[in-house]
Design a binder for this molecule. Structure first.
Ligand code: SAH
Length: 213
C-alpha cells in the first residue's frame, strides 16, 4: 500500500477534527498531518485509519485514538532534539509522530510480534528510532537514561519508580494511571529533582503488563 494524495486529504480532515476537540500545538498537528496512519494498520481495516478512533492491532493490542495520541504528545511538550522514551511501541504510530517532531525516540514493547512488526514498519517508512527494544517498560531503559521526556501509552496501575528515576531534572512524564479508566497524569521533575503532578482527565488504555510476553 502507498501514501496517496487521497490519504493526505483524509489526514487533513482528521487534523481538523482533533483541532476542534481542543488540540492547539502546531507541531503536534503538523506531525499528525504527516504520519501515514493507514500504513500502521492491517490491510483489512486500513480504510478506517483516518477516523478518530482506537483500532485493534495484533496480539489483542490497540493503536490509540489520534486525539489521545495528540493529547499525550501536546502534554509531553516535545522539542526537536529531545531524548524521548516511549513505553508501549505497539504499531509504532505514536513513535512516528514523535520522530516527525524531531525527537530522538527510544521505544520499548513487551510483545515480540509487535516489536518485530514495528521494526519492519519503521524501516519501510524510513523512520529511525534511536533505539527500539523488546523488553519490560516498567524498568524503563537504564542504559540510555536520563530522558527529557517519557511517555507511557498503556494503563499503569501505579507510576513505576524506574521511570521517575530516569527523568532528567526539568523533564516530563506523561502516563495514564488506574485500572478500568485512567487519569492522565503529567509529572514534572524540577531542577532540584522535586516531582510535581497534575491531572489531565479520563482516558481508557489497554493495561501495562509486567515482564515480556
Ligand atoms: N503507542 C502505541 C499504542 C499501543 S497500545 C501505538 O501508537 O500504536 C499499548 C502497548 O503497550 C501495547 O502494544 C502493549 O503490548 C504495550 N505494553 C504493555 N505493557 C508493556 C510493558 N510493560 N512494556 C512495554 N510495552 C508494554
Amino acid at each position: 500500500m502507498q501514501d496517496l494524495p487521497y490519504h493526505k486529504g483524509e489526514r487533513l480532515k482528521l487534523v481538523k477534527q482533533i483541532q476542534e476537540k481542543g488540540i492547539k500545538d502546531p507541531a503536534v498537528l503538523e506531525a499528525i498531518a504527516k504520519v501515514p496512519r493507514h500504513l500502521f494498520f492491517g490491510n483489512s481495516i486500513a480504510s478506517h485509519a483516518y477516523e478518530d478512533k482506537a483500532f485493534p492491532i495484533a496480539s489483542g493490542q490497540t493503536i490509540s485514538q489520534p486525539y489521545t495520541v495528540a493529547y499525550q504528545t501536546e502534554l509531553l511538550d516535545v522539542k526537536p532534539g529531545m531524548k524521548v522514551l516511549e513505553i508501549g511501541t505497539g504499531s509504532g504510530y505514536q513513535a512516528a509522530v514523535l520522530m516527525e517532531m524531531g525527537a530522538n525516540v527510544y521505544t520499548i514493547e513487551r510483545i515480540k510480534q509487535l516489536f518485530n512488526e514495528a521494526k519492519h514498519r519503521f524501516a519501510e517508512l524510513g523512520y529511525r528510532p534511536k533505539y527500539q527494544g523488546y523488553g519490560d517498560g516498567y524498568k524503563g531503559l537504564p542504559l540510555y537514561a536520563p530522558f527529557d521526556r517519557i511517555i507511557v501509552t498503556a494503563a499503569a496501575p501505579y507510576i513505576p519508580d524506574a521511570l521517575l528515576e530516569q527523568l532528567k531534572p526539568g523533564g516530563k512524564l506523561v502516563i495514564p494511571v488506574g485500572k478500568g479508566k485512567q487519569r492522565m497524569k503529567l509529572i514534572q521533575k524540577d531542577e532540584k529533582g522535586k516531582l510535581h503532578e497534575t491531572d489531565h482527565g479520563l482516558f481508557r488504555f489497554v493495561p501495562l503488563l509486567k515482564n515480556k510476553d
